[in-house]
Design a protein around this ligand. Structure first.
Ligand code: MG
Length: 374
């Protein structure tokens, strides 16, 4: 790791953990946080949660686990290039999706709808709940007791109403200040990772085609480059070579533009970073190309009728599970029944949110199919 810049986050000057703990003998605070995340139950469940394609549709598609690892890999590379703290970006990246429901956005939207009268459901806020409360493994505290900087990075966005209830990590949304550069760049690494792996998975699934994508500038430019260098390449390699060049285009632009932004604002400390506008970003040219790619994916992949059919099924499963558990909390495991006495709707939402795709499908079958054994 390069020596971090003076405005990088510094584990020795962390704003600390909610419960004070002795420093680790072998690891800095952010490495320790990363390790706690990797050992959590929620992290292991990411293997069986998905974003676009439901888990059982194929072994080659990304899951939230492989997505999170890709984000961590990109975030570390960007952090190293900009002399920021790599360990912090890695911890944020590995934790950023811990609060996702089964079945990706379809699951989250359905759960949010079910929770409308009870404060709603938002995956980003749920990731924070997982690391602050829901993981119950340590003797002295609930959650993972992570450093402020990791929790700040996990909470990417938040409503003013929620921000008021969140204490230290909510403050920046009320005061309109910026998070660390490490948090900012991990957010971009997330976006670069999912846009590109969705192109890759989308092409592999056959739901989108190279011909369609050839109208998207970012893809077309990189495709043309690969074709001119390797005119006889078979499709599988052609796609991978194009996608890796797209990722490179985005990452290089992000690093170049962000370095320029940092140089023009001359921050001296992380306190300066918090006061300044967000300094991590694409050039306007690449930001436009990236937006066009996102719009393409939304229209042609995320709203593809085959994806819609899966999403509708997923939403139905979530809604029916919610209704059944809310109606009779005795159908949930004991610990959730006890918790439901204090807050029924939130207990049901937490139980459902923690499920993997396949667990939710099985749970639904067990509850609604007479033939199925308990
Ligand atoms: Mg993500």
């Amino acid at each position: 790791m390069n020596k971090p810049a003076p405005y990088a986050a510094n584990p020795d000057q962390s704003l600390g953990r909610i419960f004070a703990e002795q420093a680790s003998f072998t690891r800095n605070a952010f490495q320790r946080d990363r390790d706690r995340i990797i050992h959590s139950t929620a992290f292991r469940r990411l293997e069986y949660k998905t974003q676009v394609f439901v888990n059982h549709e194929g072994d080659l598609f990304r899951t939230r686990l492989t997505h999170s690892i890709e984000v961590a890999q990109m975030a570390r590379g960007i952090a190293r290039t900009l002399s920021l703290h790599e360990d912090l970006t890695e911890a944020i990246a590995l934790a950023h999706d811990l609060g996702h429901t089964p079945f990706g956005h379809a699951g989250q939207d359905a759960l949010n709808e079910c929770m409308r009268e009870f404060g709603g459901f938002e995956h980003n806020l749920q990731s924070l709940r997982v690391v602050e409360q829901l993981e119950q493994r340590y003797a002295e505290f609930d959650g993972l007791n992570l450093s402020f900087e990791v929790r700040e990075g996990i909470l990417k966005h938040c409503s003013i109403k929620n921000a008021k209830q969140l204490g230290d990590v909510g403050k920046r949304f009320l005061e309109k200040t910026s998070p660390s550069l490490e948090a900012q760049l991990t957010n971009y690494a997330d976006e670069i990772a999912y846009n590109n792996h969705d192109v890759d998975d989308g092409l592999r699934s056959g739901l989108i085609t190279i011909e369609q994508l050839s109208k998207v500038e970012l893809f077309a430019n990189n495709l043309a480059e690969v074709k001119s260098k390797h005119p006889k390449l078979e499709n599988k390699r052609l796609i991978h070579e194009t996608v890796r060049r797209m990722i490179n285009t985005l990452v290089v632009d992000l690093c170049t533009q962000s370095a320029h932004n940092i140089a023009s604002h001359q921050p001296q400390s992380i306190a300066d970073i918090r006061r300044l506008p967000q300094l991590i970003g694409f050039s306007s040219e690449i930001a436009t190309q990236n937006l066009k790619l996102k719009q393409f994916l939304r229209k042609n992949l995320y709203q593809h009728y085959k994806v819609n059919r899966m999403s509708a099924k997923a939403a139905r499963i979530v809604r029916e599970l919610f209704a059944a558990f809310y109606e009779d909390t005795g159908l949930m495991p004991n610990e959730f029944q006890i918790y439901a006495e204090a807050d029924k709707a939130r207990a049901v939402a937490d139980y459902i949110a923690g499920m993997t795709d396949r667990y939710a499908i099985r749970e639904h079958r067990k509850l609604f199919t007479v033939e199925e054994h308990l």
